[in-house]
Design a protein around this ligand. Structure first.
Ligand SMILES: [Cu+2]
Length: 317
């Protein structure tokens, strides 16, 4: 167990809170101190009591005092802040690594066994290191209860870590404005006991069961859409978000812009696969290029097949 994680949501709560209280306390002290002295002077040296102003040349002792004391205070603030930050940077070697992906507009978490989720599950009393990757624009992983925040910059590899000492559910936000549906990038981290975590981690929900009933197909499709955050931009009810709705797409004619030219294509299996693996090769007319990133290497062929079945079911009625 890492020092400081005992009963706190994370091992950083103590250091961050101490630095905060220290800085806040000093600021409060000076706010009141200066205000009181100022008010006192205004009254004490008002015109009726002190009609002629005194010319003061300076006072070396005072100058030294008000330079040295604030310098010492600021150095302490820096020390507190810096030591807390250093500690957040150095993940222990035995930390469990979870790949954390941010894209417009969702987070997803990928575990060593290949499992991908939109909620972060972690065991209690175990150091966890999050391997951060932004796929499109700058995002920022923010877990207020853990006192943890780190920008996620495309092309830059950053790692943050934590150890939680308190089971529960804590909010995760994106703290860097990343476009239209930025505020939808919220999810949670669930801190479980080791047994519950192991149980969760062995029951495999990645392989969504497909039976051939319409309900089965829809459940599987919805689960995949949630897992990869497609629902940030697409709906299944016909309403437009950032991308077109899936309703009524399959088997119908779609007007797309390919190499700057408008062409009509039929949305068949191949078209759907291309839309997911090379989304910017053909842009549906009326929508913007560059918003949807390729899901090659993430969405598997099996999942594409399931999605196609799902889209078919949305176009049948
Ligand atoms: Cu974001």
């Amino acid at each position: 167990m890492i020092e400081g994680s005992m009963n706190n949501a994370s091992n950083f709560v103590e250091t961050v809170d101490n630095a905060f209280i220290f800085i806040f306390g000093i600021s409060l002290f000076f706010l009141f101190g200066i205000t009181i002295v100022m008010v006192y002077f205004v009254i004490r040296y008002r015109k009726s009591k002190n009609p002629t102003a005194t010319h003061i040349e300076g006072n070396t002792t005072l100058e030294i005092i008000w330079t040295v004391i604030p310098t010492i205070l600021v150095v302490f603030m820096f020390y507190y802040g810096w030591s807390g930050w250093r500690f957040q940077r150095d993940a222990p070697e035995d930390a469990m690594s979870i790949k954390t992906i941010a894209r417009m507009w969702s987070f997803s978490f990928q575990y060593d066994n290949g499992r991908i989720t939109d909620t972060l599950y972690v065991p209690i009393h175990k150091p966890i290191s999050l391997d951060l990757q932004a796929q499109d624009v700058i995002h920022s992983l923010y877990i207020p209860a853990f006192r943890l925040k780190q920008d996620m910059v495309p092309g830059k590899k950053d790692i943050v870590w934590f150890e939680s000492g308190k089971e529960g559910e804590y909010e995760i936000f994106c703290a860097e404005y990343c476009g239209l549906r930025h505020s939808y990038m919220k999810t949670v981290v669930k801190v479980l006991s080791q047994e519950d975590f192991d149980k969760w981690n062995t029951v495999d929900t990645t392989a969504v069961v497909v039976d051939n009933t319409e309900l089965g197909v829809r459940l599987a499709g919805k689960a995949i859409m949630r897992k990869y955050g497609c629902i940030a931009c697409h709906t299944s009810d016909g309403s437009k978000l950032v991308g077109p709705s899936y309703k009524g797409v399959y088997g119908h004619k779609v007007t797309v812009i390919r190499d700057g030219e408008e062409v009509e294509v039929v949305a068949d299996d191949e078209y759907i696969r291309r839309s997911i693996y090379e989304p910017n090769a053909e842009i549906v007319k009326g929508y913007s290029k560059g918003l949807m990133v390729s899901y090659k290497g993430q969405v598997t062929e099996d999942e594409i097949t399931q999605l196609i079945e799902y889209f078919k079911s949305l176009s049948n009625n």
